[in-house]
Design a protein around this ligand. Structure first.
Ligand code: PEP
Ligand code: MN
Length: 686
């Protein structure tokens, strides 16, 4: 007999809350629609008045600050709230940007755009994103089997635009698309940056253990190697497109196959999402170019990119001469790609992106001069820059932006006469003694940047890591630190969350848009960790762990090499030599205090290590005042001393609740201590 039970108090409370959340979401949508409508009216007003849609980064930054403050007052995480506003203002800005030339479809009911792949493919989704902000006629995105056909459809006038993937942050450029656009038959008129997220999707009811194969585009499969390593019984099946794979497995639900595709493709084909975030790397961004038969001029006042295709004469120094022309005009080249000439062996042409608009006087000046070095120059297009670039209101600016000119003594290039141990041959090579920077994620350490790395000693939980990331990001740290594998003096102390900690670091790093550094202690972990982290730390206890150094020499992820507690500076350079010998020269050196007879502090910070190391080699040198001090109250003065001595940055330990920290709680800075540190650094700014 079935009994009818009235819902439990828990169930009723839950459903009441859920329905409240649903109506709040409805209101949010309504408010967003309202806001966009007003923004469009502002755009119309500006157009009627003939005022260009000039970006005002200062006003945007003020808006973000005010919003972050209000969010905090309401108990919301200001950084996350800021990110939402940033998205909203991005879209608002785009919807005000009208191109000067009328779009070819302005008189038609729909805009036809060709793309490669099936419906709901990433190209299709990127087209929807781009045209939602371009406004105008309704989008009619038309799939084609390959890039050449998508482009040919444009050339024949069957479509108004073609949207093609030009490069991907993980796999680099798409050669076929480079070839098609460099023919110069069409023009680049816009771009879109699309964040690719892979999910494993299955016909409803299929469980993980039932899957015999996963089907997808080869590039997507290659980006999810870890998933296949963890599930060795699952076969890999290549398909022409991610969304096409989803469609095909939905058509044969009893095939026990899954698709690796976007959430949108899974939903569109009625599939269930079994695993999200399957990619090996966190940020997987594809940059698409929008091609048209006629050029379009980006609205005035908005950041733009100009793409050129150059053929150089075979003369010695012609590339060098050409690059000098752009540098001479103060122009920034954001991308350069060499392309082989299929008609002439070993002759190359170059695709170059320059961060300015074509009609800018310095660009015109550079083009006139560049003609002296080039056999031909084709202007492929000038179009709005959709990616984030310096000057866009990050939330907040990294400390290096405000401290670029910190009053650090600028050491001369490392002197070749400096006494470096004879065996440190690679470290002492001429090109290695010139000041170099090391790039971590998108962040530069040295020589002109002052970089703050901050975060907890150890990753303890999702809540702890997020709360601490919130604190450090809001105060201008450019890199997050956090140990997942902890090298503890005692085996009874907390040893770290291991791979679970790495997963949390990846998630937090992505949420707060901040690269991270984490310590590696086992040679066997190097390869995997090198793919997951932005930078790998070698702790003081491992500076002379030679198998570990050799393994790190074999990867290309930057290394933060800490000085051993009783290591001389020459020994630190010889440890660096192990990394160089393997081919990894992306090294940042770190002074973290040495063991002396003094007992008032945990270690003795050797400030002289900074200028001495800089004299001996060209690598960036940073300082860890936290492990040297061992006491919170000493961290700020030691940090300021390090900055004044010429350090290229700092790595400090921060905890949202130091008293609860599982590791190094006495030296962890609170948010207010970090405020004091940043204020101190600003005081010694020139
Ligand atoms: C750390 O940075 O968490 C650490 C263990 O530091 P060190 O190796 O300098 O002791
Ligand atoms: Mn520590």
């Amino acid at each position: 007999m079935r009994m009818t039970m009235s819902p439990s108090p828990y169930d009723s409370a839950l459903s009441e809350l859920r329905s409240e959340i649903d109506s709040l979401d409805d209101r949010l949508l309504e408010l967003m629609a309202h806001r966009f409508e007003r923004v469009r009216r502002v755009g119309d007003l500006k157009q009627e008045a003939g005022t260009p849609a000039i970006r005002d980064p200062r006003r945007e930054a003020e808006l973000h600050d005010a919003w972050a403050k209000k969010a905090e007052e309401r108990g919301l995480a200001p950084y996350l709230a800021g990110r939402i506003l940033r998205e909203l203002t991005n879209w608002s800005r785009r919807s005000q940007e009208r191109s000067d030339s009328a779009s070819p479809s302005s008189k038609r009911a729909s805009t036809r755009v060709s793309f490669q792949g099936a419906r709901h493919a990433h190209s299709d989704l990127a087209a929807r994103k781009l045209f939602a902000s371009r406004g105008g006629a309704e989008l009619d995105a038309i799939p084609y089997a390959n890039f050449a056909e998508a482009m040919a459809a444009l050339e024949r006038g069957e479509v108004d635009y073609a949207l093609l993937p030009f490069e991907n942050s993980l796999v680099g450029s798409v050669p076929e698309v480079g070839r098609l656009i460099s023919k110069g038959a069409c023009h680049i008129v816009d771009e879109e940056i699309w964040e690719v997220e892979h999910v494993v999707a299955v016909p409803p009811g299929l469980a993980m253990e039932d899957i015999v194969a996963v089907r997808s585009h080869p590039v997507a499969l290659a980006q999810c190697r870890r998933f296949f390593e963890a599930n060795p019984s699952i076969a890999v099946e290549e398909w022409f497109d991610t969304a096409g794979a989803a469609e095909s497995i939905a058509a044969h639900p009893d095939g026990r196959r899954a698709a690796l595709c976007s959430v949108e493709a899974a939903r569109a084909h009625g599939l269930e999402v079994l695993v999200t975030g399957v990619g090996d790397r966190r940020r997987n961004l594809t940059r698409f170019l929008l091609m048209a038969r006629e050029p379009e001029t980006p609205a005035e006042g908005i950041p733009a990119t100009t793409t050129l295709h150059l053929k150089l004469s075979h003369a010695k120094g012609s590339l060098h001469g050409l690059l000098g022309v752009f540098e001479g005009q103060g122009l920034n080249l954001s991308r350069i790609e060499s392309r082989a000439n299929p008609d002439r062996a070993f002759e190359y042409s170059f695709l170059i992106d320059i961060e300015t608009r074509l009609d800018a006087p310095e660009m015109q000046g550079a083009l006139n001069e560049a003609r002296r070095h080039a056999v031909s120059i084709d202007i492929l297009g000038t179009y709005p820059c959709r990616g984030e670039r310096a000057g866009s209101p990050e939330c907040p600016a990294a400390l290096s932006d405000s401290l670029g000119a910190i009053a650090r003594p600028k050491p001369e290039p490392a002197s070749q006469g400096a006494v470096v141990p004879a065996e440190a041959k690679a470290v002492a090579r001429d090109e290695m003694t010139t000041r170099r920077s090391v790039r971590v994620g998108g962040v530069e350490i040295g020589p002109d940047q002052f970089t703050l790395i901050a975060g907890p000693c150890a990753v303890e939980s999702e809540a702890q890591l997020n709360a601490t990331a919130e604190i450090v990001k809001a105060r201008g740290a450019a890199i997050l630190r956090g140990g997942a594998f902890k090298p503890r003096t005692s085996p009874h102390s907390f040893q770290g969350l291991r791979w679970e900690g790495v997963k949390l670091l990846k998630e937090t790093s992505s949420r707060y848009d901040i690269p991270f550094v984490t310590e590696v202690i086992e040679p066997g972990d190097v390869e995997r960790l090198a793919e997951e982290a932005d930078m790998l730390q070698v702790g003081a206890r491992n500076m002379q762990n030679f198998p570990l150094l050799r393994a790190l020499g074999r990867v290309r992820t930057p290394v933060l090499l800490k000085r051993g507690m009783s290591a001389t500076l020459d020994e630190l350079l010889l440890a660096t030599e192990y990394l160089f010998a393997g081919g990894n020269d992306q090294v940042v050196l770190c002074e973290r205090g040495i063991r002396t007879f003094e007992r008032s502090t945990r270690a003795t910070l050797d400030v002289s290590a900074v200028p001495v190391l800089k004299e001996k080699c060209g690598l960036p040198v940073i300082v860890d005042p936290s492990h040297a001090a061992g006491r919170r109250d000493l961290v700020v003065p030691l940090a300021l001393a390090a900055a004044a001595a010429g350090a290229d940055g700092l790595i400090v330990e921060v905890h949202h609740r130091p008293e609860e920290a599982l590791c190094d709680k006495d030296q962890a800075l609170r948010s207010e201590d970090l405020d004091a540190l940043v204020a101190g650094l600003q005081r010694i700014q020139t």
